[in-house]
Design a protein around this ligand. Structure first.
Ligand code: FA5
Length: 333
């Protein structure tokens, strides 16, 4: 019996599948199996030997059953592990997808301008996109019925609220917050106008407002700040044009154009910002004494800067999420 146990144990240990185990079971424990054959010999034995022989056979049967059962469990667990390994779901994002991600060029422009002004000590301010008539127009010296309101066709929500047409209302909001203390802020954000879309105009675009108020601010401060900014953004190879202009909230006022050399060599100018010395009435309405304080302000068109910097032929390209357009500006985040 000992030999049989040894042989069957070796076979069970070597078995690699449930099928092989089943074959061993048939060989030893089925009706025509070895254990049954041994059982049949019982009739030829002496009465005195029957009991112990029967016990040995039962013992062998139990031994084989137990070993097959534990090997079965072992094989099943291995198979389960293999299956789990195969079905494992990797919940991490593909690293290739991540390396494809890229900042939108409008965000790059905003961050570049922010870096320039943060270095000079300006603070970044924010204002609401749904603005009141009071801040969008009246505090900017555009009283109700002022003809210059028509320069910025507007989306009114009701008689007193509209989507802001420019970032300038942040000027008044920040001056009121600062309660007659000197300030230097910029404010990037979305603005909305009922403009007809064309290659350089959109009904929704972005501006970066700037405002500096102190005791001795003059036009030279404004001009040097703007020239320095444009050199920072474009390098020195672009020509800059400063034209007299009109805004009800600045006096004097200017508009600034930057040159773009076309492929045929022609030079084209695109307007990038409006600016000027803060109008005394705007200072006064926001609680600043215009006899003591002066200031300059500007409003930069973010898309226009991107159009010039990256030589984009149509402003609508920024918003349509076409990867063929966006992927041209991959890298240098
Ligand atoms: C203004 O919005 C003034 N608030 C700017 C300002 C601020 C002047 C502070 C003085 C002091 P204007 O409407 O010109 O001005 O717009 C400013 C800039 O926004 C333009 O120079 C242009 O670069 C950009 N811009 C204007 N309209 C559009 C448009 N429809 N689509 C894209 N960019 C535009």
């Amino acid at each position: 019996m000992k030999d049989i146990k040894k042989i069957v144990l070796e076979k069970i240990n070597e078995a690699k599948s449930l099928l092989q185990l089943q074959e061993i079971r048939i060989e030893y424990l089925s009706k025509k199996g070895l254990v049954n054959d041994l059982m049949k010999k019982i009739s030829k034995l002496d009465k005195s030997e029957i009991k112990s022989y029967g016990q040995e056979i039962n013992n062998l049967k139990q031994f084989i059953n137990e070993k097959i059962k534990s090997k079965q469990d072992e094989i099943k667990n291995k198979e389960l592990d293999l299956q789990l390994e195969k079905e494992k779901i990797d919940i991490h994002l593909d690293k290739d997808v991540l390396s494809n991600a890229n900042k939108h060029i409008l965000n790059k422009v905003i961050e570049d301008v922010e870096d320039f002004f943060l270095f000079k000590g300006y603070e970044i301010a924010e204002g609401p996109e749904l603005e009141t008539d009071l801040y969008n127009f009246e505090m900017m010296n555009l009283s109700k019925g002022h003809p210059a309101r028509e320069m910025q066709d507007s989306f009114y929500v009701d008689a007193e609220n509209l989507l802001r047409t420019h970032t300038s209302p942040v000027q008044a909001r920040e001056m009121i917050k600062k309660k007659s203390k000197k300030l230097a802020i910029i404010c990037p954000g979305k603005v909305y106008r009922r403009d007809n879309d064309d290659p350089t105009h959109s009904h929704q675009f972005m501006q970066i407002e700037g405002l500096v108020v102190d005791e001795n601010i003059n036009f030279a401060n404004l001009k040097s700040t703007l020239i320095e900014l444009i050199n920072h953004i474009f390098g020195k190879e672009r020509n800059v044009r400063m034209r007299p202009s009109y805004f009800p909230f600045t006096e004097p006022s200017v508009e600034v154009d930057v040159s773009l050399i076309k492929e045929n060599g022609d030079e084209n100018y695109i307007e990038v910002l409006g600016a000027g010395m803060v109008h005394p009435r705007v200072l006064d309405m926001a609680g600043y004494n215009p006899d003591k304080f002066s200031g300059f302000a500007f409003g930069i068109g973010v898309e226009r800067i991107a159009i010039l910097k990256y030589k984009i032929d149509d402003i609508r390209n920024f918003y349509i999420n076409d990867l063929r357009f966006l992927n041209q500006f991959k890298g240098d985040n």
